[in-house]
Design a protein around this ligand. Structure first.
Ligand code: F6P
Length: 307
């Protein structure tokens, strides 16, 4: 998000306007934490993960009385247009603000879950994938040396985007995702088949939306014990969400930022910046809720390469 904020602020200023940042998202909107940002304020943040404006989950924004306070704060600060970085929840808030105040609002898709409809790209996903791949590569060293079965749980909320791509990129013996549920009772036979083929380890990359790594470990222990290798479960957790952003994420974040600013200046009133097939579009906020499928072809490929 930092490279995106930097691009937004600098593009706004270079076009002769003033830029303001809101701390902690909707929380800062309610609490009036709005401050002017200069080009220098956004210097030196390109390579830093997270957001220097800070982030929070703010349930109060659902309540009209708190939204009214937020709108007063926007008016007080003289804000004429808003750019909101976030996922589906943030876009719901963005939609409400636009409808209730008539202030133009543009969203930018930012989530490691990559689950926003209408856009192929979500800022942060590439970095999370890089992190997951690098962690699984490291786990593989122990898995091979000790001839173990590893269950690696990755994030994604109720979707399997990270699991599919990180699993394929690391050559996981099995990828478990909620969208195409591999029957749990068939996992033991997959492990036995793999061991018979002479594989040293068996790595399962499992989306958190499929289940918990510890539960699967218990199931496997009860079904096959440790006859085919010791079983370990690792939850990658928030390791996936941090670290210096990849060059792809940085560049895409800057492009998304510029498109958002230009959309506002050209009179767009509402919607989010979407990226599909090498082109940017402004889509209605509702499109973000449309179902976007995982890469089933990648899942298939992983299976056929597992011989
Ligand atoms: O939506 C991003 C995400 O990282 C999900 O993948 C994960 O389920 C969730 O957020 C974790 O949330 P928290 O940081 O609140 O524990």
């Amino acid at each position: 998000m930092n490279p995106c904020i930097r691009a937004i602020v600098r593009r706004i200023i270079s076009l002769g306007n003033r830029a303001f940042g809101i701390k902690r998202g909707f929380k800062g909107l309610i609490e009036g934490e709005i401050c002017e940002l200069t080009s220098r304020d956004v210097g030196g943040i390109l390579h830093i993960g997270g957001t220097f404006l800070l982030s929070s989950r703010e349930p109060r924004f659902i309540e009209k009385e708190f939204r009214k306070i937020a709108y007063k704060n926007l008016e007080k600060a003289g804000i004429e247009a808003l750019i909101i970085l976030g996922g589906e929840g943030s876009f719901k808030g963005a939609d409400l603000i636009q409808r209730e105040t008539d202030i133009p609002v543009i969203g930018i898709p930012c989530t490691i879950d990559n689950d926003i409809g209408g856009t192929d790209y979500c800022i942060g996903y590439d970095t999370a994938l890089r992190n997951a791949v690098s962690a699984i590569d490291k786990i593989r060293d122990t898995a091979s040396s000790h001839e173990r079965i590893f269950i690696v749980e990755v994030m994604g909320r109720n979707r399997g985007f990270i699991a599919v791509e990180a699993g394929l990129a690391t050559g996981a013996e099995l990828i478990l995702v909620p969208e195409e549920r591999f029957p749990i009772e068939r996992i033991p036979e997959e492990i036995i088949r793999s061991k018979k083929m002479g594989k040293l380890h068996f790595i399962i990359v499992m989306a958190e939306g499929y289940g918990k790594a510890e539960d699967l470990k218990d199931f496997l222990l009860s079904e096959i014990g440790e006859k085919y290798g010791e079983i370990r479960a690792t939850v990658l957790g928030h390791l996936q969400r941090g670290g210096s952003p990849t060059h792809t994420d940085r560049i895409m974040a800057m492009k998304f930022g510029e498109v958002a600013v230009e959309a506002l200046l050209s009179g767009e009133k509402r919607g989010f910046v979407a990226f599909r097939k090498d082109k940017f579009y402004i889509e209605d906020f509702h499109k973000a809720q449309e179902y976007k499928d995982i890469d089933r072809e990648a899942l298939r490929l992983n299976k056929v390469l597992n011989v």
